[in-house]
Design a protein around this ligand. Structure first.
Ligand code: F6R
Length: 258
């Protein structure tokens, strides 16, 4: 069973988180295949967190099955904690290696993840360069997003405006609470992160947001039906013409039917 609304953004409600993972993974794999066939690079914007784990697992399976060629695939991750060592098990660098990059044949030089090891004075230049690298790669063809319980996308927390770019941000208390278990308590949880901005995300040609579980239901409802403003940064996705939101029934439970 899945229900699709044609309104902006398109909302697809699938029967389970596995079904969402299959649809998302298939779309990314198809895009790479199509662009490879046209001799074009594929630039992906990638997310971390619990939600995309199944999607990446499914994507790795499809990539093997189809013998996908990754030689022209370039990736830009949304965010990284700050400060954060690249080899720390809590780092998003580690997450991406463990859940995706160690299992596909992507060129290491084609992988970009914000650097949590920079000294504070170098961050602003680094973030400007991150934006430039996205442009030099030709812009993001497909951006994968999750959503926070507070409506964040990337680490664009409530209060983040539509014109924000890659930058150092202070994490919202809800984000830190949700990450606390990974860090052995809230006091050990970083209070800052480097994230792509809302404007950076909205420049992607295509955006897919995946969400599962009832903890996301309120944020999803706000993102789709609530007033567009910085209190719920995901509402800004409604200004983009090519967004699909993939939900399981629990995450979709508060949205009004089409
Ligand atoms: C991760 C990111 C975050 C997560 C969001 C949901 O790179 O940018 O916005 O997508 O916090 O996280 P999970 O999937 O762990 O619920």
């Amino acid at each position: 069973m899945h229900i699709v609304t044609q309104k902006k953004p398109e909302v697809v409600i699938a029967e389970s988180d596995r079904a969402i993972a299959r649809m998302g993974a298939a779309e990314i794999a198809n895009l790479i295949q199509m662009r490879n066939a046209a001799d074009l690079p594929t630039v992906l914007g990638l997310a971390t967190g619990k939600t995309p784990i199944l999607l990446y697992r499914e994507f790795i399976r499809i990539a093997r099955e189809k013998a996908l060629d990754f030689s022209r695939v370039i990736t830009f991750n949304l965010d990284e904690y700050y400060p954060m060592n690249t080899h720390s098990p809590q780092s998003y660098h580690h997450f991406m290696r463990a859940n995706l990059f160690d299992h596909i044949d992507i060129h290491p030089a084609h992988i970009h993840i914000p650097d949590g090891t920079l000294s504070r004075k170098d961050i602003a230049n680094y973030c400007a360069e991150y934006e430039e690298k996205i442009q030099q790669a030709g812009g993001i063809n497909l951006q994968l997003l999750g959503i926070g319980e507070n409506g964040h996308i990337g680490f664009n927390e409530p209060g983040s405006d539509v014109d924000t770019r890659t930058r150092l941000v202070t994490l919202d208390p809800i984000t830190r609470q949700n990450a606390a278990a990974e860090f052995g308590g809230e006091t050990n949880t970083p209070s800052e992160a480097i994230t792509m901005g809302i404007a950076t995300i909205l420049e992607a040609q295509r955006i897919i947001l995946i969400a599962s579980g009832s903890k996301k239901a309120h944020a999803v409802q706000q993102a789709i039906n609530g007033p567009v403003n910085a209190n719920v940064p995901a509402t800004y996705l409604r200004s983009h013409s090519n967004v699909t939101i993939y939900l399981d029934p629990a995450a979709a439970k508060h949205i009004k039917s089409a």
